[in-house]
Design a binder for this molecule. Structure first.
Ligand SMILES: Cc1cc2nc3c(=O)[nH]c(=O)nc-3n(C[C@H](O)[C@H](O)[C@H](O)COP(=O)(O)O)c2cc1C
Length: 339
């Protein structure tokens, strides 16, 4: 069974500059859907300049982009969907019911929506009551399995089951786990067995071994959303979409070369749209928080990248890094240290 892969929405990482560069160098039709980092509608009924730039059709040419929306107000979701459809031509929208950030959860948005299942139900009811949505928009949800415990997860699944969701993407963690702690695979299993919607797996697929382990546990899951794994090791996509991921033979020399190309495309695009050197360099360093883990022999070189503040210094540090560092396939990766 061929696997379908989605790129996860990641604020600060998978903006249009990354999505386009990834598609050009690694994706090449292998990513079925690219999810945008969330846009957050406000009462003004206008998108922010940054949001417009990210969803602009010209910036999403030739890639299948799904816009993610974070709100707990059905009215805001509906005008956003309408505008995305009418003005930007999007007919599929993803609801963020997973963001663990304190400022988001305190407003009962993101994973905070799971705090009160009745309000989640009311929200979805109003969304799917809307004729325009029902006729024009595919709505999917990206969810966690609870806030502090997973005890309400069956109730949450019952609620999702009341609505014709396009799909349910499950990141099997609690809000309190943020992006750490073991995955709750029992809760994922519950979703697989009880969801009426198609279920997509999301979480901690950083290596071939991670993928094979999850696939072994859930052989009927055929769609996977990857985030950090594709930032760290973009060439992992070739393994996962291959006919035989266990035996697929990678060309790590070529993958390293392509990573440099990806890096350079993203950096140039960010320098072009961001004012001053600092901002673009800072955003690239967020990528290094993940990329650094798939290389050996590079501690010194990574430190130089980390310290660089000016474009010329940063570029030269990156060139040296790619000359020296060795891309390796690991069984496990623990993204722990701050870059
Ligand atoms: C820096 C960062 C930014 C993220 N931004 C978003 C976001 O905008 N929307 C969202 O639904 N999830 C967001 N996530 C969560 C990811 O989409 C994904 O669910 C999570 O990283 C687990 O998948 P992974 O283990 O494959 O990375 C973010 C995660 C990180 C680490």
């Amino acid at each position: 069974m061929k696997n379908t892969i989605y790129m996860a929405p990641m604020e600060g990482l998978t903006d249009f500059t990354f999505r386009n560069a990834y598609e050009k160098i690694f994706g090449k039709g292998k990513i079925a859907k690219y999810f945008t980092p969330f846009i957050s509608p406000n009462k003004s009924e206008k998108f922010l300049a940054r949001e417009i730039r990210d969803i602009d059709r010209e910036h999403n040419n030739g890639i299948n982009t799904v816009v993610q929306v974070m709100t707990n107000d059905a009215k805001d979701f509906i005008w956003t969907a309408r505008m995305l459809y009418d003005e930007y031509g999007y007919n599929e929208i993803n609801l963020n019911a997973g963001c663990p950030s304190g400022t988001v959860v305190s407003k009962n948005k993101g994973s905070g929506m799971l705090n009160e299942p009745k309000l989640l139900d009311k929200f979805l009811d109003a969304v799917f009551e809307d004729d325009f949505i029902r006729e024009n928009i595919k709505v999917s949800v990206k969810t966690r399995v609870g806030v502090e415990t997973d005890t309400a997860f069956p109730e949450i699944i019952d609620i999702y089951n009341k609505y014709p969701l396009e799909e349910l993407i499950v990141h099997p963690r609690l809000r309190t786990d943020f992006y750490k702690n073991d995955l709750n695979l029992e809760a994922y299993d519950y979703a697989v067995k009880n969801s009426r919607s198609k279920v997509v797996f999301n979480g901690d697929i950083f290596t071939r071994k991670n993928f094979l382990d999850i696939k072994k546990k859930f052989p009927h899951t055929d769609t996977f959303m990857l985030g950090r794994g594709l930032i760290a090791d973009p060439g992992l996509i070739d393994v996962i979409v291959s006919e035989n991921p266990e035996d697929f033979s990678r060309d790590l020399i070529s993958d390293k070369k392509r990573m440099k190309e990806l890096h350079d495309l993203v950096f140039d695009a960010r320098l072009h749209i961001m004012p001053g050197d600092t901002h673009a360099i800072h955003r690239m360093k967020e990528m290094w928080c993940y990329m650094a883990y798939v290389f050996d022999d590079c501690k010194k070189e990574i430190k130089v990248i980390k310290k660089s503040q000016k474009v010329a210094d940063y570029k030269s540090a990156v060139d040296i890094f790619f000359n020296v560092a060795k891309l390796t396939e690991k069984d496990y990766i623990l993204f722990s240290k701050k870059f």
